[in-house]
Design a protein around this ligand. Structure first.
Ligand code: PXP
Length: 395
């Protein structure tokens, strides 16, 4: 491995994809003609970075990146390529800088790795203006080469709004009669501008019924997204009716609504098998996951087309600080998923106050919103409730 990563920050939010850093580190060494060498990347928090800055530069505050070239001509351990040195990066500072520059954490980390690596190779922006320009040009050139094979970082279209109509069926089931009919609700949502209809066919059939699914398949004009657990019976139904896409969710009989995201890592085999079966039937699969780098990596590994990022913790936050933290996590996770080649949706708990910020994230394609819209519809009508949400999603 040409890059050795040491994590000395508290990765409580697990925002960082080590795989992406390994890939980019390896590619950078190739671009710099140093494939036969290696370097160490130490990820720190601001506190530890300030210690290093104090000890080695006499500066009593954190910084974003420090480089320490090897001083002994790179004596390698037996079997290891020679070391260029260590690059220390403060994840706290990198994240702040990413937010300020409106870029992703991984993009900023990549910039800092490039900067650190050039220092290890003898570039120095402090010696003279000429050398600073040379280093800056090289950084730009490397970043461009590194990113040419990637898709652009931003989506081109406006986000879509898909309405989850489960709660219309919940009201119907409360009486066990035929009204209100979710099939009619789907039509009204579409007439009001919704670009997708989401229904969750639960194993316990607490709201949406098999009959709804069959009729909706025939009547939905936009896009039918069938939310479901990866279980035999429902997989069979999905393969029969062929929705436009499915979203796999964890399902517990006692929960009021889907509680957390899928544990893709733990259920990798089962989910990969379901994805493969759906792919054979040309049905794209989305995995509903928490905004977590490891889950995103696992989703990409097993061939999911989409992930739907769980926005519940962001919506349920009770303080501004907590909400901000959860929002940043979704923002960074959406960027990471996008950069990993996944298409990105989001949903759960979004309402007329919390949706705008999520809809403005440039990597998110579609929002799945149910409870807030159906609740508002009781007072203002379904058409109006959908139109009002559309105005937020596409201002
Ligand atoms: N996305 C998923 C995966 C869900 O399970 C749900 C709830 O059914 C939603 C989105 C919509 O959540 P809400 O009804 O809170 O808008």
């Amino acid at each position: 491995m040409p890059l050795h990563i040491i994590e000395q920050y508290s990765p409580a939010d697990r925002r960082i994809s080590k795989r992406m850093l390994y890939d980019r580190g390896r590619r950078l060494l190739e671009l710099l003609d140093c494939s036969d060498q290696m370097f160490s990347l130490v990820l720190l928090d601001d506190h530890s970075m300030a210690d290093f800055n104090r000890r080695y530069r006499n500066i009593n505050r954190p910084t974003n990146v420090l480089s320490f070239p090897v001083t002994d001509d790179g004596d390698a351990f037996p079997g290891q390529p020679p070391e260029l040195g260590d690059i220390l990066i403060s994840v706290d500072t990198a994240l702040k800088e990413a937010v300020e520059a409106k870029t992703s954490l991984h993009f900023r980390l990549t910039e800092l790795v490039i900067h650190g690596l050039l220092h290890l190779l003898g570039y120095d922006h402090e010696r003279s203006e000429k050398e600073a320009q040379a280093m800056w040009d090289k950084e730009k050139d490397l970043m461009q080469q590194l990113c040419t094979s990637k898709r652009p970082f931003r989506r081109k279209t406006m986000p879509h709004l898909a309405i989850n109509i489960d709660h219309v069926a919940t009201i119907r089931q409360a009486r066990g009669i035929t009204q209100p009919d979710p099939v009619l609700a789907a039509g009204i949502c579409e007439l009001a501008g919704a670009e997708g209809i989401v229904v969750h066919l639960r194993e316990d059939r607490r709201h949406i019924q098999d009959r709804d699914i069959l009729l909706l398949r025939q009547t939905i004009k936009s896009k039918m997204n069938l939310e479901m657990a990866a279980v035999k019976e429902i997989i069979g139904i999905a393969l029969d009716i062929k929705p436009d896409m499915i979203t796999l969710v964890p399902e517990k009989r006692k929960e009021l609504t889907t509680e957390g995201g899928l544990d893709v890592i733990k259920n990798e085999k089962k989910l990969a098998k379901t994805i493969a079966r759906m792919k054979k039937a040309s049905i794209p699969v989305s995995l509903f996951i928490d905004p977590d780098a490891a889950q995103i990596e696992a989703a990409a590994d097993i061939g999911a087309t989409f992930v739907e990022l769980h926005t519940g913790r962001y919506c349920d936050a009770t303080t501004e600080q907590e909400r901000e933290k959860e929002f940043r996590l979704i923002e960074q996770s959406a960027e990471l998923a996008f950069e990993s080649g996944l298409r990105v949706n989001a949903g759960h708990g979004l309402d007329y106050l919390t949706t705008a910020r999520i809809a403005a994230l440039p990597t998110i394609e579609e929002l799945s919103i149910g409870h807030a819209v159906i609740s508002r519809a009781i007072f203002v009508g379904l058409d109006q409730a959908v139109r009002e949400m559309m105005a937020i999603v596409r201002p």
